[in-house]
Design a binder for this molecule. Structure first.
Ligand SMILES: [Zn+2]
Ligand SMILES: [Zn+2]
Length: 390
C-alpha cells in the first residue's frame, strides 16, 4: 500500500469502503457502497462526483474524472474502478471508446409497456442472487445482450421481475419507502412490487443454450479464429446475421428477402425452433425475450461455425447473391466480406462495396440512363462469364 497517498490526497477517503466482488458490475458496487454510507444511490452519486446525465445509466456513462475521484476516495486504482464498467468491453464490442452508446448493439435493455427503455435494466441469475455463501451482487456480464444463461447454475437468466414482470434495476429504489435492513436485502427485492427477485424456480437451461453461451464468452475472450481474432468483428457479423434471422419487415433486406426466406426457414427448421420475428420496428436481437434470444443466437453462432465452408454451402444451395448477405451491412469486416463477394453471385445492381477487386470501375454510380444501361451490360457479361448466368 502506498501511504504517501494519505498525505497528498485532496479528497478524503470514504468511511465505509467495501471492495468490489469478482466480476461485479459498477452500479451494483455503487449501490452497496451507497447503502453502507446510509445514503440513497442518487445522493451517493452526487457525493462521489457522478451526476447529471451520467446517472441515466451508471454502467455506461460515468466520466473519467468521476472514476478518478472514486479511485482516490476508495484506495482502488482507476483501472479497478473502470474495469467494473461496460467500458471494459470497449475494443471487444465497440469501435470507439469515446462513444459509449455504441455498446448499444450488445447492451441489454428492457422496455416498459409504453415502449421506453428502462434505465439501467439488468439481467440476473436467481440462483446466484440467493446463494447463501455469497453476498448478493450483480455481475458485469449480466448487462450483455448475448448473456442468457448462468453457466455456474445452468439455468436461464431472468430479464424481468418474475412477480410483476417489470424491469429489474438498481436505480430509482428509495431506501425510505421500504425498511431494507441491509444492502443485500435492497439488492434482491424488486423496486416495484417489493417481492424477492430470487423467489422463483428458474428454467433449467438446455444443453444448446449452455454450449452457445460458453462459445460466445470464449470468443469474447479469445476471438473467433485465426482470421477473425478480434472479437469486435465477430460480434458485428453475429449481430448482422441475428438481425437477418428476425427481420419481418422488408426494409432491411428488401429484395434479398425473397432469396433469404427459404434459407432462414431452413435454419429454424433444422434447429427445431419456430421462426422468431422482432416484436419491434427496430430490429435488434437484444429486444427479444431471453429464451428467444438464446435460440436466435444459437442459430447465428451455428451459421458462422466452420467459416466460410458451411455458410457458403448453404448460401449457394439457396441461390443467394452476395447482396442478399451484405447488401445492408455497413462496412463488413474483410474476413466476412471477402468470401461472400468472391464466391457468391454478384447482383445486377451492386453497390460499390460489394464488388470484387478489379471490377470497381464498372460499378461506379451511373450519372445517366445510358451509362447505367452500359454498366448493367458489363455486369451481365461478367456474371455470364463467371457464373454462366445472365
Ligand atoms: Zn447463477
Ligand atoms: Zn416486481
Amino acid at each position: 500500500m502506498n501511504f504517501s497517498l494519505f498525505d497528498t490526497m485532496p479528497i478524503p477517503l470514504l468511511p465505509a469502503f467495501s471492495p468490489p466482488f469478482q466480476e461485479e458490475l459498477f452500479s451494483s458496487w455503487l449501490t452497496r457502497m451507497a447503502y453502507d454510507h446510509g445514503l440513497p444511490l442518487a445522493d451517493f452519486c452526487k457525493l462521489v462526483g457522478v451526476n447529471g446525465k451520467h446517472k441515466r445509466d451508471l454502467d455506461l456513462y460515468v466520466p473519467d474524472e468521476a472514476i478518478r475521484q472514486l479511485a482516490q476516495q476508495t484506495k482502488l486504482t482507476t483501472d479497478q474502478v473502470a474495469a467494473m464498467m461496460m467500458s471494459g468491453y470497449h475494443s471487444k464490442l465497440v469501435e470507439q471508446s469515446n462513444q459509449p452508446e455504441r455498446l448499444d448493439r450488445w447492451f441489454f435493455r428492457k422496455y416498459d409497456p409504453l415502449g421506453n427503455t428502462v434505465r439501467g435494466s439488468l439481467l440476473y441469475c436467481p440462483k446466484c442472487l440467493s446463494n447463501h455463501h455469497q453476498e448478493p451482487y450483480f455481475r458485469k456480464h449480466w448487462r450483455l445482450a448475448f448473456s442468457f444463461v448462468c453457466l455456474t447454475c445452468q439455468c436461464y437468466l431472468l430479464d424481468q421481475c418474475p412477480h410483476c414482470k417489470k424491469a429489474v434495476t438498481l436505480l430509482g429504489k428509495t431506501m425510505d419507502t421500504h425498511p431494507w435492513r441491509n444492502a443485500a436485502e435492497y439488492m434482491v427485492h424488486c423496486g416495484y412490487c417489493v417481492k424477492h427477485l430470487a423467489a422463483v424456480t428458474p428454467d433449467v437451461a438446455p444443453s444448446f443454450a449452455l454450449k452457445t453461451q460458453q462459445e460466445l464468452y470464449d470468443i469474447l475472450e479469445h476471438g473467433f479464429n485465426e482470421r477473425a481474432f478480434y472479437p469486435l468483428t465477430y460480434f458485428r457479423v453475429l449481430h448482422h446475421l441475428s438481425t437477418l434471422l428476425i427481420t419481418r419487415k422488408a426494409k432491411l433486406v428488401r429484395d434479398a428477402r425473397k432469396n433469404l426466406l427459404p434459407l432462414i426457414g431452413r435454419l429454424y427448421e433444422q434447429h427445431k425452433v419456430a421462426p422468431i420475428f422482432s416484436p419491434r420496428e427496430e430490429v435488434q436481437v437484444q429486444f427479444l425475450p431471453i429464451q428467444q434470444r438464446a435460440q436466435v443466437l444459437q442459430i447465428a453462432v451455428w451459421w458462422l461455425q466452420d467459416w466460410p465452408r458451411r455458410f457458403l454451402d448453404l448460401a449457394k444451395r439457396h441461390g443467394l447473391q452476395s447482396v442478399d448477405i451484405i447488401g445492408q451491412f455497413k462496412n463488413p469486416p474483410f474476413w466476412f466480406w471477402e468470401p461472400v463477394i468472391h464466391q457468391l453471385i454478384p447482383p445486377l445492381t451492386p453497390a460499390l462495396k460489394e464488388v470484387p477487386f478489379g471490377f470497381q470501375a464498372i460499378f461506379t454510380k451511373p450519372r445517366n440512363r445510358a451509362k447505367k444501361k452500359q454498366e448493367i451490360r458489363k455486369i451481365k457479361k461478367y456474371r455470364q462469364k463467371q457464373y454462366g448466368i445472365s
